[in-house]
Write a protein that binds this ligand. Structure first.
Ligand code: FAD
Length: 225
């Protein structure tokens, strides 16, 4: 599976290494010009060292160099993480391509060059979506709802998830519908799509179309690639 990770800090790099070891094709994106997250040269300040001793701050499968002091400098930690990424064979794409621009890549007729590149979608409702909300489907009066299902608690959770500012609301909504299923429905907390690059569906021949045609594979076709 192709996996995109946003953030080349400790978390992103360690996750990438595990996924690579599991056989996945991983690309790590970061908007800064070097790996390391908080230890990037764009973020560290003179005199910065770790608060944790180096043995504690080291990744368990990659000790820090013996030459490092007990509390390594920010520059040393950044170099250590860059080395960690290199030895793990992590493919890192350092570009100003942040989450927002990846969302824009999803459907942007003005940028056909972005077709079939990494992209994300962020809309909810009845259609297949990576955003786990039932808005438009299980909210009272939802435009995509055929019946008259109405549940005040569900409405409240959906509204908080869609219009609120607390990220936990997304999980709260998805968790609720995972256990309180009003119809045969399979809400998902996390959703990952992966296709072979030679599969397309209808026009335009962009891979985002596949998210809307997963239940109708008769619209799929294979291309030579
Ligand atoms: C000065 C300082 C000292 C610290 N010292 C210690 C310590 O001694 N011990 C300890 O345990 N912890 C320490 N920490 C905590 C530190 O945050 C963690 O140890 C660790 O670095 C966090 O790693 P991370 O990968 O989760 O996040 P980060 O290191 O913050 O990495 C996140 C990366 O994601 C990228 N990113 C975020 N959003 C986007 C986007 N939309 N598009 C593209 N890229 C994006 C960022 O550019 C960044 O590179 C310290 C933190 C600071 C700030």
């Amino acid at each position: 599976m192709r996996v995109a990770i946003i953030g080349a800090g400790v978390a992103g790099l360690a996750t990438a290494k595990v996924l690579i070891q599991a056989g996945h094709e991983v690309v790590v994106f970061d908007k800064t010009p070097d790996v390391g997250g908080v230890w990037s040269r764009t973020r560290r300040y003179p005199g910065l060292t770790t608060q944790s001793p180096k043995a504690q701050y080291s990744l368990s499968d990659f000790p820090m160099p013996k030459s490092y002091p007990e509390w390594p400098t920010g520059e040393q930690v950044q170099a250590y993480l860059a080395q960690y990424a290199a030895q793990a064979g992590i493919h890192i794409t350092l570009q100003a391509s942040n989450f927002d621009s990846m969302l824009e890549n999803y459907v942007d007729p003005e940028s056909p060059a972005n077709d079939d590149k990494w992209a994300m979608e962020d809309f909810g409702g009845e259609t297949d979506s990576t955003y786990p909300t039932q808005f438009g489907f299980l909210n009272t009066g939802g435009s995509g709802q055929i019946g008259d299902f109405s549940n005040p608690q569900a409405d409240s959770l959906i509204n908080a998830s869609v219009t609120g500012s607390d990220p936990a609301a997304v999980t709260a909504e998805a968790s609720y519908f995972t256990s309180q299923v009003p119809v045969l429905w399979q809400p998902v907390l996390d959703y990952t799509w992966a296709w072979k690059t030679n599969i397309s569906a209808t026009e335009p021949q962009a891979f985002e179309n596949l998210t809307q045609y997963d239940n109708t594979p008769q619209f799929w076709y294979l291309t030579k690639s």
